[in-house]
Design a protein around this ligand. Structure first.
Ligand code: ADE
Length: 227
């Protein structure tokens, strides 16, 4: 998989890809992640990439030209499955969207800044708009990093233990059950006995039950979610 991220602030994106699972995935060539600084695609001398909104109003708008130039250059090199704009008014990200994106070949992520991008970018260049939640970030970079993390860990072979993504919260529409490790007792706080019993079928039953109870108590809405 290749992910090309279009941004005005590539430095905001470095560290998530420089540690842990994402770093390993890149080193193992399970994914290629490229940052493209949109300023490099500005043709004017001042490298300007934004301008005042037509009709007036507060804030600046990211111009279509540098974005289009960058996207056309990339599209001339390979086909893209999706060109995604990160925006608080997009479809809210969930596990089913991440699952679907994790099996794509090439995707472009566009990070907005200021008041956002010229609407013609969204109407003519973008194939999909994604939000990571009902709150407004200063720009799309952190949202793009969140989206990348959720996708890349699902690429086959990225997680060491092949089954561990399957037991994540949300993967089967339920929250994950509680987990414990040694010591079996700490400060008098004991691990549930069933987990140290060695009775695997009973452990499985307990986990399923815990997942159901937890979901019922904290996220009952998930039972009605078609995703
Ligand atoms: N850009 C700014 N806020 C965002 C959000 N909540 N999700 C995605 N992109 C954003």
């Amino acid at each position: 998989m290749q992910i090309d991220i279009l941004t005005l602030f590539p430095e905001l994106l470095n560290s998530p890809f420089e540690a842990s699972i994402l770093k390993r995935a890149i080193e193992a060539q399970k994914v290629v992640v490229n940052f493209h600084n949109l300023r490099d695609y500005a043709q004017n001398k001042q490298k300007q990439v934004d301008d005042y909104p037509f009709g007036g109003g507060a804030g600046m708008v990211m111009q279509i030209e540098p974005i289009d130039r960058c996207i056309q250059k990339l599209k001339a090199e390979r086909d893209y499955d999706e060109i995604i704009y990160l925006t608080p008014d997009g479809d809210q990200l969930n596990q089913s969207i991440s699952n679907a994106l994790s099996i794509k070949e090439n995707i472009i992520l566009l990070c907005g800044h200021y008041k956002g991008v010229d609407q013609r970018v969204r109407d003519h260049l973008i194939t999909r708009e994604i939000s990571i939640g009902d709150f407004v970030l200063s720009g799309g970079e952190l949202a793009a990093a969140v989206l990348c993390d959720s996708i890349i860990r699902l690429i086959p072979g990225v997680l060491g233990d092949e089954s561990s993504a399957l037991t994540d919260s949300y993967q089967d529409g339920l929250l994950a059950p509680p987990i414990y490790t040694r010591p079996a007792e700490y400060n008098g706080w004991k691990v549930p006995e069933i987990l140290t019993s060695g009775n695997t079928p009973e452990v499985e039953k307990w986990r399923e039950n815990q997942a159901l109870e937890k979901t019922k108590n904290t996220r009952p809405d998930l039972f009605n979610d078609p995703n």
